[in-house]
Ligand binder design. Structure first.
Ligand code: HEC
Ligand code: HEC
Length: 280
């Protein structure tokens, strides 16, 4: 996952926004967040304003090799940055390339006096190229996909979009922001490929001996809480648990057989439009 705003607490986000509004983002970012914290929290500099700042910096310092449109340049050997990157698949990976360069190539590090905030803005800009729906041509039709989602394909039984739908899967209201079309297709073809712990299920019997099954909501050394399919919450004291099984597979079915290629394309096109931020 490249950037996930949901992972940021609204409070942190507000701090980040405030910093920008006050125009103090050019102070060394270590002043507010050191890079280790930034790593934990994801990119805190990815508002539309940050993307624009990143773009401006890019035009000044990077475009002579990578081109104004960031599509690369055969003469300088600088690669296209608008598709999937070869050397980095995460925010922090892109950050390190810009900060440290790629040894032995023309890709040299940014000057040491360039702040971490500026580097994060470059990361946000590069990400925006990849996720700008306008720069990506998709085979499917988003409108048809939207109808399928709520209708025949019945995705909304489990998934919420803009407050409509179920809670048996992640809220997809912003899924287009941090997934490529390929990721989205893969999520439908092979849901078991990558299942976040939040969606693991456990089956456990507590003191009353009744077996209950549900999503693992939280777990610590002493207790476990699960939510069953009817959204009931069950708490267990670990010492009372009689048997316990954990399933790391997805509850989402694969749609490889039940939907046609055309329908899958339409769904990908629809999911790709699901984003909040309007990019510049
Ligand atoms: C002097 C030319 C030059 C300049 C200036 C330059 N780059 Fe690069 N960049 C390269 C080359 C060449 C590579 C490929 C290195 C390799 O992997 O062999 C590269 C690779 C990259 C990559 C990794 C691409 C991938 O597919 O993994 C990123 C990200 C990147 N550059 C970003 C930037 C940013 C941001 C700037 C401006 C701060 C910048 N570059 C400035 C030449 C340049
Ligand atoms: C029975 C419930 C259920 C149904 C029906 C369902 N999903 Fe899911 N979906 C899940 C769960 C649970 C996850 C999280 C685990 C995983 O990654 O597979 C998930 C994950 C996803 C993801 C990845 C989300 C992420 O943040 O990585 C996408 C995209 C997705 N579903 C799309 C769809 C679409 C499109 C449909 C309809 C064609 C659909 N789902 C039908 C339960 C469901």
């Amino acid at each position: 996952m490249i950037f996930n705003l949901n992972r940021l607490s609204p409070k942190l986000l507000r701090v980040a926004l405030l910093v920008i509004v006050l125009g103090i983002s050019s102070y060394p970012s270590g002043w507010l967040f050191n890079s280790a914290q930034a790593e934990d929290a994801g990119n805190l500099y990815n508002t539309a304003v940050d993307i624009r700042m990143g773009n401006r910096y890019f035009e000044r310092q990077c475009s002579r090799c990578h081109g104004f449109d960031a599509k690369g340049n055969d003469e300088t050997g600088a690669p296209d940055l608008t598709g999937r990157l070869r050397r980095a698949s995460s925010d922090t990976g892109i950050f390190s390339i810009i900060r440290e360069g790629v040894p032995g190539t023309a890709m040299i590090p940014v000057a040491t006096d360039v702040t971490n905030a500026t580097v994060w803005q470059l990361v946000a800009y590069i990400n925006s190229l990849r996720y700008d729906p306008a720069s990506v041509e998709l085979a499917g039709d988003a409108k048809t996909g939207g109808k399928l989602f709520a209708g025949k394909a019945d995705c909304s039984v489990c998934h919420m979009v803009d407050g409509q739908g179920g809670r048996l899967g992640p809220d997809l209201s912003r899924i287009g922001e941090n997934k490529t079309p390929e990721d989205l297709l893969l999520a439908m073809l092979d849901p078991d490929e990558e299942v976040a712990p939040r969606w693991w299920r456990v089956r456990a019997a507590g003191a009353d001996g009744v077996i209950r099954e549900g999503f693992r909501m939280n777990e610590d050394s002493f207790s476990l809480r699960i939510m069953d399919i009817d959204s009931n919450l069950w708490s267990f004291q670990k010492r009372d648990i009689l048997n316990y099984e954990r399933f790391e597979k997805s509850t989402m079915p694969s749609y490889a057989k039940s939907l046609s290629d055309g329908e899958l394309d339409d769904l990908v096109a629809y999911l790709f439009t699901l984003r909040r931020e309007v990019l510049p």
